[in-house]
Design a protein around this ligand. Structure first.
Ligand code: KG4
Ligand code: ZN
Length: 347
């Protein structure tokens, strides 16, 4: 890794850490010249979850044609690029390797620097895109299919690993819990949006599940107890293979109570961290932050405390490459460069 300085940037960003193939060309970390997101949801639906081999194959098929379209749409040429930013951690290792290998090939062919991006730091960068006034120190909650982490971001655009992790999940990630609960309630895949839709007709007080997500350590999250509660409510003693015991209203009530329990835990821990760390801002990120019920609860809780909150639009909450470009631009400006030996890491 070498260090240099620059004021302006044109970043090509690639994202392939899970089940979305995404690319973007972004000027100065903010101006989106072109982007694409190829979702694999339809491919994985038949399996009820993300199948790594299927994801890798789809990334292989979509990535380079996508890059081609980016240059056409942005009306810029590879020679104009400042750097290529690529998600190199965390995620499905094979899926990451597709993006990183492609980025290395392009970097070599075009003689451009490479910048490896931490996917979670990308999700946090999305909040800054949505809310340019966001200033450190702030508390960032990243809630996705793979992560449920609370961070203190001590300075604006911190270097790699410059965020302090305050809390995480002891078992399932919040998004994973949404996906599993949806399956148990017969709502299908992906679970987050399906639960949110079903919950609109349900009573969030129907089941008293709030406490299941708050482990006694007073800090972290836990969603496996909630999953078990949903299992018993939905399928009784027969277990996950048993028939669904709830009618449409019952499913709506369980979905609403589930969503309320997760939202309560995320909001409680986030506000507590904001109080303890005495910050003025909260930032949300990750696929679960696309949930309208959670967004509204967080906004209300923040407002009550006089805190400001940065919530990215839905398209920047779920996986995308614009956030990877934004993080890439910040690292580029800080002089961060990686070599062709850039590694990938699942965690
Ligand atoms: O950030 P993301 O797109 O991919 C990962 O990095 O994991 O997050 C995907 C997760 C999935 O578990 C999905 O069910 C959840 O985000 N999700 C939602 C909603 N939309 C997506 N969860 C709750 N409510 C939503 N509206
Ligand atoms: Zn993500």
């Amino acid at each position: 890794m070498t260090r240099a300085r620059s004021a302006q940037s044109l970043i090509l960003a690639l994202e392939s850490s899970c089940d979305e193939t995404a690319g973007a060309i972004v000027r100065d970390g903010r101006d989106v010249l072109s982007q694409f997101v190829a979702s694999q949801v339809d491919l994985h639906r038949a399996y009820g979850g993300v199948v790594p081999e299927v994801a890798c194959r789809a990334h292989m098929e979509c990535l380079l044609p996508g890059v081609d379209s980016l240059f056409r749409d942005a009306a810029v040429a590879p020679v104009d690029l400042s750097a290529i930013a690529v998600t190199n951690r965390p995620g499905l290792i094979g899926a990451l390797l597709v993006g990183v290998s492609a980025a290395k090939g392009l970097a070599m062919a075009w003689d451009k620097p490479l910048i490896g991006i931490d996917h979670i730091e990308g999700h946090i960068a999305a909040a800054g895109l949505a809310e340019p006034e966001l200033r450190a120190p702030y508390i960032a909650l990243v809630v996705s299919g793979g992560h449920t982490n609370l961070y203190l971001v001590p300075e604006d655009n911190p270097g790699r690993g410059g965020m302090q992790r305050l809390a995480s999940t002891l078992d399932d990630a919040a998004g994973e819990a949404f996906d599993k609960a949806a399956k148990l309630l017969g709502l299908g895949f992906p679970g987050g949006p399906r639960i949110e839709a079903a919950a609109k007709n349900g009573d969030p007080e129907a089941y008293a599940w709030r406490k299941t997500c708050l482990p006694p350590d007073g800090t972290n999250f836990s969603f496996s107890g909630l999953k078990t509660a949903v299992l018993y409510a939905a399928r009784g003693r027969a277990g996950r293979k048993g028939p669904l015991l709830l009618d449409e209203k019952g499913v709506a009530d369980a979905a609403a109570s589930f969503q309320e329990a997760v939202t309560h835990a995320l909001t409680e821990r986030t506000m507590r961290a904001a109080d303890e760390c005495r910050v003025g801002w909260i930032a949300l990120g990750g696929g679960v932050a696309a949930n309208g019920y959670l967004r509204a609860a967080m906004r209300a809780a923040a407002e009550k405390r006089g805190l400001r909150i940065a919530v990215p639009p839905m398209s920047l909450c779920t996986d995308n490459a614009v956030m990877i470009a934004a993080r890439g631009a910040a690292l580029y400006d800080a002089g961060v460069r990686d070599g062709l030996d850039l590694e990938t890491a699942a965690r």
